[in-house]
Design a protein around this ligand. Structure first.
Ligand code: PNS
Length: 165
């Protein structure tokens, strides 16, 4: 049974992430969405919220029974080795993603040559979409409903309501 990790910050998960996840499920028996705990950036959603929003968002996608959601701390490749994953899946939207992704993939390969990095393109409808765009649109009061799954949209609206309180 092949296991791939789909690692990221997922702050929050977007429709682009879900698209990549669905594509990864056509290649691997199991895919674990692996949420980074220790990120240098301050996140809008806590680790627990990000994990929960992913769990809620994958309900109903094709192959959701083969998806797990977990979090990790430290080096990704160490976590991949410990979980027996054969691959790391990363989404590529545009050429501008490539520089960072290329460096990370090569560093990960140096550290763990047996773990392959696989890049998957999301649908062209999502090529502009990043979690940081979602956060920015949300921060300035814009409508994020076409960018994120419903549970995330509800959570964003909840944060706005709280902010008002
Ligand atoms: O969604 P992101 O923020 O682009 O995800 C980046 C992430 C979390 C996958 C990456 O920063 C990561 O793997 N962090 C853990 C530390 C690590 O192993 N870094 C890679 C060595 S270069």
């Amino acid at each position: 049974m092949s296991l791939a990790l789909y690692p990221g910050t997922f702050d929050p998960i977007t429709l682009g992430h879900l698209d990549v996840l669905e594509r990864a499920l056509t290649l691997f028996d199991r895919v674990e969405v692996t949420v980074a705990r220790n990120v240098s950036k301050k996140t809008l959603f806590s680790l627990e919220e990000r994990v929960q929003l992913i769990e809620e968002s994958i309900v109903g996608i094709e192959g959701s029974g083969r998806v797990a959601v977990a979090s990790f701390d430290g080096l990704l490749v160490e976590y991949a080795r410990a979980s027996g994953a054969v691959a790391l899946v990363r989404g590529l939207r545009q050429v501008s993603d490539f520089d960072y992704e290329f460096r990370m993939a090569l560093a990960n390969r140096r550290l763990a040559p047996e773990v392959q990095t696989i890049f998957l393109m999301s649908s062209e409808a999502h090529t502009f979409l990043t979690a940081s765009i979602v956060r920015e649109v949300h921060r300035f009061g814009g409508d994020t409903s076409s960018f994120v799954p419903e549970p995330v949209q509800r959570a964003l609206e909840g944060k706005r309501e709280k902010g008002k309180g």
